[in-house]
Design a protein around this ligand. Structure first.
Ligand SMILES: NC(=O)c1ccc[n+]([C@@H]2O[C@H](COP(=O)([O-])OP(=O)(O)OC[C@H]3O[C@@H](n4cnc5c(N)ncnc54)[C@H](OP(=O)(O)O)[C@@H]3O)[C@@H](O)[C@H]2O)c1
Length: 330
């Protein structure tokens, strides 16, 4: 079968490898669609913990169960599924276990014609989505769901700012927060994306490249209950300024690195929280899929490409005009 393998730091290769053999407790899924995450590019660059060369990459995938290891699991054969990429989150809903990893490094992932996963990683594909749309959900949907609802405790009627609307995770945070009845604002470095967010119902939008502070938004909108961010850097201090007292910043990444300083004075005086989050529990994965089905949400897809173009597509994950997910038809 064809699979995208990490050959060396900075070097990925679409190559022919043997189809995995299904063992007890596992299922063989014929991948129909797989989606790209920023994580895959960090792995390609070798900037991720526990890098192993020769591993098949990819965390996001949907497909059809072709074979199972145990007779009891036969009802799964032929089912249309999405795969939970969590490996050993553990039983604590608050935090992952020390054994936690994510499908696609260090274990073989979804950028292949077939993947073999434990049977409890299988979930029925939301009925209203096709394979391409469903394949975008696992990593980004789960991260956004936990960030908003468990860590951010978002409620209907609250003001939330989704920073970097064009991001793969951010678009889910945007869709989920809207569906939950929040007043959703966005920031983006592109006027084109801002335009798109406003068309999709954002209450306000802000170009972080054009203003050095968020003062206008803060003054005009009365402040935010919650900011969801993955860029990090010094901008965190602007978020601190635009939060209401008791407000929260939930961050799931730090693409732009660390802040040079942190406005601790304003944080303690206004009872603010700065909360980290990563992925989500297995329970949240199920909740996220139920939420997507209940609200009939459709992910934003930047582009659909043939699997044969996956190597040359990697640089596009950082392309400034990308909105939503890059998906491969496998
Ligand atoms: N902890 C976890 O579980 C977890 C899960 C998923 C992702 N992540 C991390 O989160 C980050 C984003 O992941 P992704 O998959 O969503 O990546 P992505 O699709 O590449 O999106 C990145 C987005 O960041 C935005 N951005 C860049 N500079 C910004 C700034 N100064 N202010 C606000 N936004 C800015 C851009 O939004 P605009 O184009 O709109 O300007 C860009 O589209 C990555 O570092 C990734 O590794 C962590």
């Amino acid at each position: 079968m064809k699979a995208l393998v990490l050959k060396d730091a900075g070097l990925i290769e679409l190559r022919e490898i043997s189809k995995p053999t299904v063992t007890t407790g596992k299922a063989l899924v014929r991948i129909k669609a797989a989606a790209l995450n920023r994580r895959d590019d960090w792995i390609r660059e070798g900037k991720y913990p526990n890098i192993k060369f020769g591993v098949t990459m990819g965390s996001d995938g949907s497909g059809i169960v072709e074979e199972v290891g145990d007779e009891n699991d036969l009802p799964w054969v032929g089912q249309e599924v999405v795969i939970n990429p969590n490996i050993e989150w553990g039983s604590d809903l608050e935090v992952q276990s020390s054994r936690y990893t994510i499908l696609g490094m260090p274990v073989d992932g979804t950028f292949a014609e077939y993947v073999c996963v434990p049977i409890d990683r299988l979930h029925h594909k939301p009925f209203h989505l096709d394979f391409l749309q469903a394949s975008t959900l696992p990593l980004g949907g789960l991260t956004a769901f936990r960030a908003l609802f468990r860590r951010g405790e978002l409620r209907a009627g609250q003001n939330v700012l989704i920073s970097g609307f064009g991001g793969g995770v951010a678009q889910f945070a945007f869709l989920f927060a809207q569906a939950a009845g929040a007043n959703v604002y966005v920031s983006s470095g592109s006027d084109e994306k801002i335009e798109k967010a406003l068309k999709l119902g954002a209450k306000g939008a802000y170009n972080y490249k054009k203003h050095s502070t968020y003062t206008d938004l803060w003054k005009t909108k009365g402040g935010f209950d919650l900011v969801i961010d993955s860029a990090g850097g010094d901008q965190i201090n602007s978020f601190i300024k635009i939060l209401k007292p008791r407000g929260k910043i939930v961050f799931y990444g730090a693409t732009n690195g660390l802040p040079a300083k942190l406005d601790l004075y304003r944080m303690f005086w206004n009872q603010l929280s700065l909360l980290g989050t990563t992925m989500g529990s297995d329970h949240e994965f199920s909740e996220m899929l139920t939420f997507v089905s209940k609200h009939q949400l459709r992910p934003l897809i930047d582009s659909i490409r043939p699997f044969s173009k996956i190597v040359e597509s990697f640089p596009d994950i950082t392309r400034p005009n990308k909105v939503g997910k890059i998906v491969f038809q496998v």
